[in-house]
Design a protein around this ligand. Structure first.
Ligand SMILES: Nc1nc2c(ncn2[C@@H]2O[C@H](COP(=O)(O)OP(=O)(O)OP(=O)(O)O)[C@@H](O)[C@H]2O)c(=O)[nH]1
Ligand SMILES: [Zn+2]
Length: 190
């Protein structure tokens, strides 16, 4: 990870922030903070250096052409406007095509993290997951629903803790009313 994220540069920047807020970066409690924040940021943004195509290249030949849905995938992301977390649950479903591919269930959850671990906005996170599945699995259809709380709306600014933002992206056969409502009822069952 450290070969793609410049830890020293983050450390220097965090030291500057501490000075700018009127703190003393040399005091005992803060001495290790720039290094800790650098490691935490490398983890929070590791998805920038991960490839969805590679992740979704492991596929199986299973003759299932009905909905596959992984519900309640917990994720933590960082709002690109304020660099504070937004977090919640993603529901990711697709209908494999006859000539398309089926991937491992864990890969759907890993795909959420590849895009969540980047500076993000929720709409783009939702779209990127859906489009990556369409591109790499060539399925009949995809549905992605994300529910999350944005700390930039809870702990600062408008200060509305508990407000949930829900976004969806629906592609292909899942745009069909009956199929979409079957998927939504399975998602809302959670
Ligand atoms: N559409 C969208 N907006 C987001 C997301 N995360 C944060 N925001 C919003 O981005 C907006 C940024 O607004 P600005 O007016 O530029 O920034 P600000 O002065 O800090 O805004 P306030 O949060 O209202 O104090 C805010 O309304 C946030 O609620 C997201 O994932 N999607
Ligand atoms: Zn924000």
């Amino acid at each position: 990870m450290s070969d793609v994220v410049d830890l020293a540069r983050i450390e220097a920047a965090v030291r500057e922030i501490l000075l700018a807020i009127g703190e003393d970066p040399e005091r005992e409690g803060l001495k290790q903070t720039p290094a800790r924040v650098a490691k935490a940021y490398a983890e929070a943004f590791r998805g920038l250096h991960e490839d969805p195509a590679e992740l979704l290249s492991t596929t199986f030949d299973i003759g299932h052409q009905e909905l596959v849905l992984v519900r309640d995938v917990a994720f933590y992301s960082m709002c690109e406007h304020h660099l504070v977390p937004f977090y919640g649950r993603a529901h990711v479903g697709y209908i494999p095509a006859e000539e398309g591919k089926v991937t491992g269930l864990s890969k759907l959850a890993r795909l959420v993290d590849i895009f969540a671990k980047r500076p993000q906005v929720q709409e783009q996170l939702t779209t990127q997951i859906a489009d990556a599945l369409m591109e790499h699995l060539l399925p009949e259809g995809v549905i992605v629903v994300i529910e999350s709380e944005h700390l930039c709306m809870s702990m600062r600014g408008v200060a509305k803790p508990g407000a949930k933002t829900v976004t969806s992206a629906v592609r292909g056969a899942l745009r069909n009313a009956a199929t979409r409502s079957e998927a939504m009822s399975l998602i809302l069952h959670s």
